[in-house]
Design a protein around this ligand. Structure first.
Ligand code: FAD
Length: 436
């Protein structure tokens, strides 16, 4: 693969948002470079091993389709999905397939390290690759780095954390266990409902994905006996396609900033310590886990929240709660406000009214003080509350896909991203927006 010195569209970061952006732009017939620091794609969906996909359906209507459904379809072909739960490995190979098919150029093991601007226009990025720095020019740039890394390096506007306190959501290192006796584990849950969250559905069907969250007394006792970090609050797992496997969203790492390498190093160490403590607790004390074992911890700690772009519009908590709709909608979601609190901050989960959904305006993709920069996924322009809802994987895919469509239209028409008529973008992503 020979790299070109210039691409029409450059996408920074190959998480689900970057994959969707690159695939959409590639399919629209422009040249695309997708740059990723790891040796694989998927970001939080693979490096973070986050499964399952959060809710994105209302009253039987699927709100996110397009590239997201293509990824799901490819994973199902590989038997890598059970309902909305999936294997990271399947996500990686499904995405590689789609990226290849779309004709975009993927550059792995490469980290973007600098940005060259002419006033408000990004002209090129520097990429540290193969032990040296190279420069590649682009016409439109999309920040899907999760951490607004392109904006940070390009001195473009971003914000971080809670508007008043600056707090960031807790970090979590996912892990996967095998050989869980799910019949026994679910029987235990049914017979000890006071030990589990009241939202749990006890009509367990083991041919479907199941969620188990709680084990409150066991966790409390282990903390009292100093066998478990006091940061852990409960044990939560959902099942994976292979019978007897679970994906654990359980460790809880506080007071660290996921955009700092020093803090991330601490988090990796703290997370792994917590995982081994939880695994020991499960194996020694919890019915159904006697013969289970730890398969793997995620390659990197899961980061929920760092920097967010400052765009022409910031999606707010009220937009989410009230199910606000916009004249320039490019995506929809129905997941509510979900803040995993810090030490002195309670966690919050606020659902939308049953059957309601919100829209995300095109203006939230347009980065202020720039003429050719878009941001999507985890670093989309939003308030902290808005972000806590928009950050989930299906919505990140939809906002990424909208950026890919807008970028391609801008390149093809030789006009700046703000000059593109909304209707032309809408026509390319109509599967992801409400019928007006
Ligand atoms: C613990 C946890 C639990 C979650 N639970 C769920 C859940 O149950 N369901 C759900 O749907 N969502 C969940 N989420 C949210 C969801 O996983 C993420 O918000 C979403 O996957 C973000 O996608 P993204 O593409 O915007 O960013 P990311 O997945 O973060 O991707 C960003 C990519 O950019 C790359 N990158 C960053 N900087 C550079 C650079 N300088 N150069 C090159 N590459 C770079 C990264 O390596 C990464 O691949 C959870 C998240 C966490 C952390």
């Amino acid at each position: 693969m020979a790299l070109l010195s210039e691409y029409d569209v450059i996408v920074v970061g190959a998480g689900i948002a970057g994959i969707a952006a690159a695939v959409k732009a590639g399919r629209s017939g422009v040249s695309v470079l997708l740059v990723e620091q790891y040796g694989f794609v998927g970001g939080m969906s693979t490096a973070g091993m986050v499964s399952p996909f959060m809710k994105h359906q209302v009253q039987g209507e699927v709100l996110v389709r397009g590239v997201f459904e293509d990824i799901e379809r490819e994973m199902r072909k590989q038997h890598g999905m059970i309902d909305n739960g999936f294997f990271a490995n399947s996500f990686r190979s499904a995405s590689f397939h789609l990226l290849k098919e779309s004709g975009c150029t993927l550059l792995l093991h490469s980290i973007i390290s600098g940005v060259t601007k002419n006033n408000t226009t990004i002209e090129s990025i520097s990429i540290f690759t193969s032990g040296r720095e190279i420069t590649i020019k682009g016409k439109v740039f999309i920040d899907t780095s999760g951490d607004a890394q392109l904006l940070f390096l390009g001195n473009l506007p971003w914000v971080k954390g809670d508007e008043k306190t600056g707090l960031l959501q807790a970090l979590t290192l996912f892990f996967r266990m095998g050989n869980i006796d799910l019949v026994k584990a679910t029987e235990y849950a049914k017979n000890n409902k006071n030990e589990f969250f009241d939202w749990m559905d006890y009509n367990f069907n083991l041919t479907k994905i199941i969620s188990v969250a709680g084990y409150f007394s066991s966790v409390k006792k282990a903390i009292q006996e100093q066998r478990l970090s006091p940061e852990v609050q409960y044990i939560f797992f959902t099942t994976l396609p292979e019978s007897g496997e679970g994906s654990f969203n359980t460790s809880n790492i506080l007071e660290l900033d996921g955009s700092s390498s020093i803090d991330l190093t601490k988090a990796e160490l703290a997370g792994r310590k917590q995982v081994h403590q939880v695994v020991a607790l499960l194996k020694n004390e919890i019915p159904g886990f006697e013969h289970s074992y730890l398969i793997e911890t995620a390659p990197q700690v899961g980061v929920r929240e760092t920097r967010r772009a400052v765009g022409d519009y910031a999606v707010t908590g009220d937009d989410i709660k009230h199910g606000n709709k916009f004249r320039d909608a490019v995506a929809r979601g129905c997941y509510g406000i979900d803040i995993h609190g810090q030490k002195d901050e309670s966690s919050r989960m606020e659902h939308l009214a049953e059957g309601d959904y919100y829209e995300i305006p095109l203006r939230a993709l347009l980065v202020q003080n720039s003429t050719n920069v878009l941001a999507a996924g985890r670093c989309i322009s939003s308030t902290r509350e808005g972000h806590s809802a928009l950050r989930i994987q299906p919505t990140s895919s939809a906002t990424g896909e909208a950026c890919g469509a807008l970028a391609a239209l801008s390149v093809k028409s030789h006009r700046a991203v703000r000059e593109i008529e909304y209707n032309t973008v809408r026509d390319l992503i109509s599967h992801n927006i409400s019928k007006k």
